[in-house]
Ligand binder design. Structure first.
Ligand SMILES: C[S@@+](CC[C@H](N)C(=O)[O-])C[C@H]1O[C@@H](n2cnc3c(N)ncnc32)[C@H](O)[C@@H]1O
Length: 252
């Protein structure tokens, strides 16, 4: 899945969820006191922000295959070592990081076992490895109601529940398969408030991620049907959405 979309579109679509998620994910990971840390699949920098605040920008590295996201992150964090690359072939030496984290990335890796193995390779022995992915299987992702509306309106939706890490236990199994010890699994829940349905809907029209791509592939009438089906899922006026990610941490 390519994320060659403008950073502003990503921030409106997913950043509003991934920024608060980064706060609770960093807590869950049990970060070390000091050392260099790596944000794998850093996107526009939701988790990078939290790591930079905690460790200082010069102690943080970030890597992502999206050229637009790499450019955005490099501009936002001038002292972070931002690189272009994939998790499956991390452009770093062995054992250089005290912690290596991947927020909302494992399910986009072409080969998650290789990607998590690479995360372990670049982490020093005893260092932290952690990952989280939305609970697509349980319908608790930010996009879950969109996929429900898409299915109702069109009869089909690729709802990401078949992706690595989207089901209970998968992230922990990947960490163990990569040779991590002390693997702990958990759930991370955050809430987002919306002033109304239009604020919730508008980011899906920006073509971001599998959800936006599936909407963009419809004709106008199809998009209208999805819009109306989604509209019926929410109350009138302001509402709050609670969303949950699976998480796992371990030691290299
Ligand atoms: C849902 S975004 C998450 C971005 C950021 N971590 C956040 O929480 O906002 C998924 C990110 O994974 C990146 N990505 C996709 N495939 C990847 C891979 N094989 N290795 C590393 N990153 C990847 C995308 O470019 C995108 O930035």
């Amino acid at each position: 899945m390519s994320f060659e979309v403008p950073a502003e579109a990503y921030d409106a679509f997913m950043g509003r969820y991934s920024r608060p998620l980064a706060e609770v994910f960093a807590e869950f990971a049990g970060l070390p006191e000091d050392g260099r840390v790596l944000d794998v699949g850093s996107g526009t920098g939701a988790l990078t922000t939290v790591l930079a605040r905690r460790f200082g920008e010069s102690e943080v590295a970030a890597v992502d295959p999206s050229a637009s996201f790499v450019a955005t992150a490099a501009a936002r964090f001038p002292w972070v070592d931002v690189r272009h690359g994939h998790a499956e072939d991390l452009p770093f030496d062995d054992h250089v990081f005290a912690a290596t984290l991947a927020q909302l990335v494992v399910h986009f890796m072409g080969d998650p076992a290789v990607g998590v193995g690479e995360m372990r390779r670049v982490t020093r022995p005893g260092g932290v490895i952690a990952a989280c992915v939305w609970d697509f299987e349980g319908g608790r992702a930010p996009q879950s109601r969109f996929f429900q509306a898409l299915r109702e309106a069109t009869g089909a939706a690729a709802d990401e529940s078949d992706r690595a890490g989207a089901r209970r236990g998968q992230l922990g199994a990947l960490l163990k398969q990569a040779g991590c010890s002390d693997v702990v699994e958990g759930e991370l829940t955050i809430e987002q408030a919306f002033e109304g349905f239009d604020e919730w809907w508008e980011p899906y029209t920006l073509g971001v991620a599998p959800a936006g791509a599936q909407l963009a592939a419809l004709d106008d009438a199809g998009r209208d049907r999805v819009h109306d089906a989604a509209r019926a899922l929410f109350p009138p006026g302001p509402f709050t959405v609670a969303v949950t990610a699976w998480a796992a941490r371990g030691r290299a």
